[in-house]
Design a protein around this ligand. Structure first.
Ligand code: PEP
Length: 248
């Protein structure tokens, strides 16, 4: 039985005062909803998360990491630095990183490997654009994105990743995938995982991301292969984020 997991992706939002209000609002409302929860925050706020969340049920993580351990890589953040500030998760290959920073499938795979080696749980993001969906390429695209990661992992490491299916056309657009569209993609991804390691495929949490809100979360999370959500906009308001966790 897979536990549900809800992760907020703050993207490049927040400031210290607003973060304190948001984090304390979430923590105050967290109950035994039967789901794990986390926030992935801009790197400068990891210390704030560590100071304000340690000992609570809300975990935290980064939004990206470097493939390098240390050295002359200006602007990059190493996996060990994320660990140093208590991070549990790190997003790998979010579509905004792929689009605006030209992250290739191979680079994303390397990031997942580096994250695992540092003791972080990589949240590997895959998803097709609208043009790719309309051209009937959804499965080819998400399979290639996932396969690059699977090729880079040992079979026994597969169970230690989290996968997020985030159709690019649904991110920040208010257009949510229907539960059936999302379920079909999740089932397909689970079958791809099974080709590498069948036991691990049954254990990996596959999150849906793309305009998930309290109003549509219940129906999405009721699908057999949807194990939670990766939440952008709705993660910036405590009541919305809690509403999604509660929908589990
Ligand atoms: C995201 O950025 O990962 C995301 C799912 O955003 P939103 O919920 O705003 O669509």
């Amino acid at each position: 039985m897979r536990r549900k997991l809800v992760i907020g992706n703050w993207k490049m939002n927040g400031n210290r005062a607003a973060n304190t209000a948001l984090l304390s609002g979430i923590v105050a409302g967290l109950n035994d909803f039967g789901a794990d929860s986390a926030v992935c925050v801009p790197a400068p706020y990891l210390a704030q998360c560590q100071a304000e969340l340690e000992g609570t049920a809300l975990a935290w993580g980064g939004q990206d990491l470097s493939v390098h351990a240390s050295g002359a890589y200006t602007g990059e953040v190493a996996a060990a630095m994320l660990r140093d500030f208590g991070a549990t998760y790190v997003l790998c290959g979010h579509s905004e990183r792929r689009a605006y920073h030209q992250e290739s499938n191979a680079l994303v795979a390397q990031k997942a490997v580096v994250a695992l080696a540092a003791g972080l749980t990589p949240v590997v993001c895959v998803g097709e654009s609208l043009a790719q969906r309309e051209a009937g390429q959804t499965e080819d695209v998400i399979c290639a994105q996932l396969q690059a990661v699977l090729d880079a992992l040992q079979a026994e490491q597969v169970a230690r990743i989290v996968l997020a299916y985030e159709p690019v056309w649904a991110i920040g657009t208010g257009k949510t995938a229907t539960p059936q569209i999302a379920q079909d993609a999740h089932r397909f991804l689970r079958n791809c995982l099974a080709n590498k390691n069948a036991a691990a495929a049954a254990a990996v949490q596959i999150l849906y991301g793309g305009s998930m809100k309290p109003e549509n979360a219940k129906e999405l999370m009721a699908q057999p292969d949807i194990d939670g959500g990766l939440i952008g906009g709705a993660a910036l308001k405590a009541t919305d984020f809690l509403g999604i966790i509660q929908a589990v």
